[in-house]
Design a protein around this ligand. Sequence first.
Ligand code: ADP
Ligand code: F6P
Length: 326
Amino acid sequence: MAQEMKTIGVLTSGGDAPGMNAVVRAVVRKALMNGVAVKGIKKGYQGLLNEEIIDMKATSVSDIIQKGGTILGTARCKEFTTEEGQKLGADICRKHGIDGIVVVGGDGSYKGAAALARQGINTVGVPGTIDLDISSTEYTIGFDTAVNTAMEAIDKIRDTSSSHERCSIIEVMGRNAGYLALWCGIANGAEDILLPEKYDYNEQSIINNIIRNRKRGKTHHLIINAEGIGHSTSMARRIEAATGIETRATILGYMQRGGSPTCKDRYFASIMGAYAADLLCQGKSNRVVCYQKGEFVDHDIQEALAMTKQISEYEYEVSRLLSGNV
Ligand code: ADP
Ligand code: F6P
C-alpha cells in the first residue's frame, strides 16, 4: 500500500543550473493540483539540516520560470554524506510533516536522495546539472543554456583570435565530463577539442597541428579544453613557446551556470518537475526522472546510479574530422 502524501518538500542541490526554478515551479503547482501541500527547503541538504523550510503556494513560484539560478538556493553539504546527517534529515522531515521530497541535482544529490529514502522519507530525483553527466538520462536540465552561453562566448573569442592571428585555448565546465567541451568544439568549429574521456596528453600533436594549420594559411587556432583536463594557462604558455604563435587562455567559468534558461531547459524542467511531483503524490519513492529514447520515464535510484554512458565514438570522430584534425 503506497504511503499517502499530505505534504511534500522540494530542494535544489549541488551546482546550480538554469531551469532549476522551472522545476521548482512545476513541482509546486502540480502537487498543489494533486491536493498535496508543498514546502520549499532552502540551500539543499544543508538547508534541510538547518531547518530552513518555507511553505510554498502557487504564487510563491510566479514569475520565476525565466530566471536562472534557484530561488531556493543550493549548497553542498558534507554532513549529509554521513548516516548521522541523513538520520537527522529524516527526523527533520518528520518534524515538519514532510512525507516525501523532490531532489533536483546531479548524481551526488541522487545519492543523498537514496540515503533519505533508506531513512523512510520518500524521494524522487530530477536531473539538474549543466554537465550532462548523469548516465540514466540523455538530458540534464541546464545543459542547453550552458552550452549556448559558452558557444556565444567562444564565437567572440574566435573574432579576436583571428584579428591577432593567435591560438586561443578556452576552458569550459563539465567537472570530469566532456559533453560541454564536445558540443562547443563542434558548434564553434574548434581545431582541437580536448575531452577528459579521450585526451592522450600528447601536447606535441597539438603543437604539430597548429604549425601545420599555420602553414596552410589558417589565421587562428581554437582549442576547447574541458576543465576535467584543465591547466589551460600553463598549456598556453607551452604552446606559445613551442610555436612562436601568441597563445591566450580563457577560463569561461561560472558564466556557464547562470542566465535565463532556454526554451528547451524550461520545457524539460516543467515536464520533469510535474512528473516527479506525480510520482511522489502517488506514493512512489527512490525513483529518478529520466529522458530516454525520446520519452520521459523513471527508474529506481540505485539502478540509475549503476547505469553508465560514454561519449559517442561517431560524434567524437566527426568532431575530429570536421576540425581538419586528421
Ligand atoms: P551534484 O548533485 O551536482 O552531483 P554534489 O556531488 O556536490 O553535486 O552532491 C550534492 C550534495 O549531495 C552533496 O553536497 C551532499 O550533501 C550530497 N551527497 C553527495 N554524495 C552523497 C552521498 N554519497 N551520500 C549522501 N549524500 C551525498
Ligand atoms: O556540476 C556543475 C559544475 O558547474 C561543474 O561543471 C563544475 O566543475 C562544478 O559545478 C563547480 O562546483 P562549485 O560551484 O562548487 O565550484
